[in-house]
Design a protein around this ligand. Structure first.
Ligand code: NDP
Length: 368
């Protein structure tokens, strides 16, 4: 894309004014043409994230139109039909989902189901010939993540993971700081992300549906940020479960985990994640200064500081930025770029599983 049209595109997305990361996710973007056909998307699982975040992010999109829904709760259907003008033939439940193959209106499905359901619905969507965006964590095991990639490859459909922060200005800026060594070599990273979980009956506390506790749910953000800031993959991990202070809530998944990642360059990362503590920060110590985001990963507004001063960047609705960034990736003939691909999700899955393995074995170092 020419420099000016890229600037116009970013402006339209509300992302103008921040420097492009070295690993540019906008490489293949074509600016939308007002008359061009938008991509039809079906949301799968109409819970909190699909309704209050992705659904809102898709409003006034240049690239997407909500054409279908997949839900197990019939009472949710009328509101969605009214808001988006969805036709009856594009309303599915979990049993008849495979009939989505017949819908010409739907190009992509966005899976916002509990974690352990991601594999099944990615495989079924791929077999139905639909491209997939799947929420994080990609799956609840490395095996499932691999199977999802394979199913999409075999059926010649694209697979992206809903890594919204790859389209968010503050996180893009720290990627750039790390890759360009703006503050010198990174020496140490500390990142903590946790929140006080509510309803004790929710699926996030059910091992079968969630695959794990706060590590899978929000610890993944600290791991992602460490990887995209350093541009490195960890070589080993060690981890320790925190104390269980609420045995009735945390009978199946961990309440908190401390973990340490070692990187080939010698960078070490210390992380903490919890369902009992509201905390959200990403701090990077470098040879010639430092940078930090706090809050770092939530829906915002995010804030950032460096050893040279405050970060002054646009505040965006994350899911809108993500979907406007992903639209052209699904319209293009090229594969999904690695930073938000299934392979990227798989890399995180390997680290998450190694952390849980280490914690289960009393903190024994696990090589990756
Ligand atoms: P919710 O519990 O709010 O919604 C999940 C929806 O899945 C339900 O409303 C329901 O939709 C459907 N569902 C189908 N089977 C089940 C089941 N057995 N138990 C519970 N729900 C079921 O969860 P979230 O929307 O918060 O999370 C969904 C996914 O999105 C998760 O993978 C999560 O990690 C991810 N997420 C990502 C975020 C991000 O920032 N990227 C933030 C929050 C979540 P229906 O009634 O329509 O059938």
């Amino acid at each position: 894309m020419e420099k000016d049209s890229r600037r116009d595109f970013l402006k339209k997305m509300g992302l103008a004014g921040f420097a492009m990361p070295m690993v540019s996710q906008f490489q293949n973007i074509k600016p939308s043409n007002k008359n061009a056909k938008k991509l039809g998307i079906a949301l799968v699982g109409l819970g909190n994230y699909a309704t209050n975040r992705v659904g809102v992010g898709l409003e006034q999109s240049n690239f997407w139109e909500v054409k279908g829904i997949v839900t197990g709760t019939p009472s949710k259907i009328p509101d969605w039909k009214k808001k988006w003008g969805i036709e009856d033939k594009n309303v599915f439940n979990y049993e008849n989902f495979d009939k989505i193959s017949k819908s010409k209106d739907i190009d992509v499905v966005y899976i916002c189901l509990p974690n352990s359901m991601h594999r099944e619905f990615t495989e079924r969507a791929a077999k139905a010939g639909k491209h997939v965006i799947c929420e994080k964590p990609m799956a609840t095991s490395v095996e499932d993540a691999r199977a999802m990639i394979k199913a999409c490859e075999e059926n010649n459909v694209k697979l992206a993971i809903g890594y919204r922060l790859h389209f968010e200005p503050f996180n893009l800026e720290i990627m750039k700081f790390g890759r360009e060594k703006t503050f010198g070599d990174i020496t140490f990273i500390n990142s903590d992300f946790g929140f006080k979980i509510g309803d004790p009956t929710q699926w996030r506390l059910n091992k079968k549906l969630a695959g794990g506790g706060p590590l899978m749910d929000v610890g993944i953000y600290s791991i992602q940020a460490t990887r995209y800031t350093t541009g490195e993959e960890p070589v080993s991990v060690s981890a320790q479960f925190g104390p269980v202070t609420d045995p009735s809530r945390f009978s199946e998944v961990e309440e908190s985990v401390h973990y340490q990642l070692d990187f080939p360059s010698g960078v070490t990362m210390s992380g903490f994640t919890s369902y009992k503590t509201n905390v959200q920060r990403f701090n990077v110590a470098c040879n010639d200064g430092w940078f930090e985001l706090s809050p770092a990963f939530g829906y915002g507004p995010l804030k950032g500081k460096t050893s040279k001063g405050e970060m002054d960047l646009p505040i965006v609705q994350h899911q809108h930025a993500q979907m406007e960034g992903m639209g052209p990736l699904f319209m293009s003939d090229k594969p999904i770029p690695s930073h938000c691909s299934g392979e990227e999700g798989l890399k995180d899955m390997k680290i998450l599983m190694a952390i849980l393995e280490s914690a289960e074995n009393g903190g024994k170092k696990v090589m990756l």
